[in-house]
Design a protein around this ligand. Sequence first.
Ligand code: GKR
Ligand code: MG
Length: 423
Amino acid sequence: MKIKRVRVTPIAFRDAPLLNASGIHEPFALRSIIEVEGDNGHIGLGESYGDAPVLAVLQAMQDSLVGLDAFDLNGLRARVIQTVARLGPVQAGAELAPGSHPSKQVANAYSAFEVAFLDLQARSLGLPLVDLLGGAVRTEVPFSAYLFFKYAKHIDAPYAPDSWGEALSEEQIVAQAARMIEAHGFQSIKLKAGALEPEHEVACIKALKKAFPDHPLRIDPNGNWSLDTALRMAELLGDDLQYYEDPTPGLEGMAELHERTGMLLATNMVVTDFEEFRRSVALNSVQIILADHHYWGGLRDTQALARMCDTFGLGLSMHSNSHLGISLMAMAHVAAAVPNLTYACDTHYPWQEEDEEVIKGGKLPIRNGCVSITRAPGLGVELDQDQLAKLHEQYLSIDIRSRDDARQMRKYDPAWTIRKPRF
Ligand code: GKR
Ligand code: MG
């Protein structure tokens, strides 16, 4: 089966004013939606970053894939490598979207198309995509409630505020968790930290522990705490956590923190490729890796990462950025095929608005904290062309072309700068 047509469409969807170590989410998040059509009429779907440097590579790839066999993933990789070499180095993307970093250009462009190729292969065979990954070891893929400190509304949004309201205090964070658990049945909770005073963020974990004693808890300051602060917070946290995610920067800092506290450390920041994996194993920096197929090089390389975690006795969870349903299903299919998924995956999905999904039928359900894998062919979702056109129009109507949470934060406080670690 040959590729007949490839289309990459940048879209923008509304995003809530969520706080993190790099600032605050902008009113719109960007993604790319990929359609790869085979000469049998089937269309495979992919979703990736929409930041300008990533989009430039994805769009430059479009014509070069026409005529390629849809099963030729080595051919796909070769064309990605050629295109990236031809375009030359691009500007660094947002720090908290690791896949938009220049060193990840090949991995993330390959991944974006690999998912679409696999979706096309699976649809053509009438099989769910997970069957091409070795079959499902689970059909219910667990996700965790992903909490954020947030403002009630954007300083500059041209639309009505989101329905979540402000979340800065312990009570507001507990209320946010309660709503998310009520809506989706999540069985574990992650709090994005590194934004407010560390003692306050830890107090919020304590409040969550009290309100949800049976839910495993995680905190993720995105490396924004110095080693001293991370040690001090470790003392306060005691054994409240399931894992401590990226409390402090660097492989060495994480190794020392683990050595001195014995706590289980997880990362999506200090281990983002196989080279960093090797160095982390040598230093014993982290005990849990958060995989993300968008920058680890696709679904098959994510399986390779899972095997490496198994080999070296590391736990495995999954990282997310703001995303829509095609990414959610790609994450769920690979997670369904990985025997050693030891923790529920992250997802930003509950934060996205009901009327801004690009797949037919609107937002996908997350029930009992899980996304279901069915026997529907491919990823199991169909593209809604009207929604795609609407979100593309929205992209054209705004001037954000790359995520920049610090720029957005400076609209609130012109003197604000990124300092790492800040606390
Ligand atoms: O969306 O603000 C955010 C997150 O902080 C995201 O950018 C991170 O990449 O979710 C991510 C993480 O776990 O570090
Ligand atoms: Mg993280």
